[in-house]
Design a protein around this ligand. Structure first.
Ligand code: NAD
Length: 241
């Protein structure tokens, strides 16, 4: 399986969940250093699975193309693609710069396009494949200060449904997971007041763990989700129903 943003947070939890089943894992990340990626690789190697990490900016169409060619040369096919990498560039619209808008859309939405387009060639040939895109509750309900992020995550849902229709006849399923408020570096950065406001709206009364999202991602790649495509699965403690 190939996963973007596998070095930490939800992506790392997905790597570990797939490793439990013995999957061969290639993950990419774009961290300024290799610390988190090395840590994740270490845990995967300990789990006894074949794993590779690559630093790659998924917003670059040509770099993504090249990367998937390398993956195919080495592993011959891609069974599962998890489009997980994402960033926030928060600001109220009145103060949002063009660069903040572009960055969020380039990584979160164009990155999904780049990776999916590059991965489906082998899936179509094999007549099987699973694509799981990580959206967000914010893509459904919006959020103050996140118009760029919300647009990118809502865009992922439209993309998921369209590509699911295009590929359904080829044995490939395409689904999205929309996490709520999950305990990772991305949410650690939020101001305490924003965290408290979110928490107050979660019927289950707690923030989610990356492992709880990873379980759903793994399930979507498993035989249990054979007849499921074009869906958005919400993992959010009831924050949005
Ligand atoms: P995180 O910040 O902990 O990790 C992000 C990962 O994405 C890192 O591995 C990073 O290197 C990678 N990445 C960032 N930009 C990249 C780029 N240009 N190219 C390749 N890799 C890149 O994030 P997280 O909280 O684990 O979030 C994972 C996904 O889940 C994101 O798409 C995020 O939008 C989504 N999400 C998170 C939450 C949450 O509460 N944490 C909620 C809803 C959705």
């Amino acid at each position: 399986m190939v996963i973007t943003g596998g070095s930490k947070g939800i992506g790392r939890a997905c790597c570990l969940r797939f490793a439990k089943e013995g999957a061969r894992i290639v993950f990419v990340h774009c961290d300024p250093d290799e610390i988190a990626a090395h840590e994740t690789l270490g845990v995967l190697e300990k789990a006894g699975v074949e794993a590779k990490a690559r630093k790659l900016d998924i917003s670059s169409f040509s770099a993504v193309e090249e990367f998937f060619q390398e993956v195919l040369r080495e592993f011959h096919r891609v069974d599962v693609l998890v489009n997980n990498a994402g960033i926030t560039r928060d600001a109220l619209l009145m103060r949002m710069s063009e660069d903040q808008w572009d960055q969020a859309l380039l990584v979160n939405l164009k990155g999904v396009f780049n990776c999916t387009k590059a991965a489906i060639r082998s899936m179509v040939k094999e007549r099987r494949g699973r694509i799981i895109n990580i959206s967000s509750v914010v893509g459904q309900i919006g959020n103050i200060g996140q118009s760029n992020y919300a647009a990118s995550k809502a865009g992922i849902i439209g993309f998921t449904k369209s590509v699911a229709r295009e590929l359904a006849g080829r044995g490939i399923t395409v689904n999205a997971v929309a996490p709520g408020f999950i305990n990772t570096e991305m949410t650690e950065r939020l101001p305490e007041k924003v965290k408290e406001t979110f928490l107050a709206q979660i019927p289950m009364g707690r923030i989610g763990d990356p492992e709880e999202v990873a379980e759903t991602v793994y399930w979507l790649a498993s035989i249990g989700a054979n007849y499921l495509t074009g869906q958005v699965i919400h993992v959010n403690g009831g924050l949005y129903m």
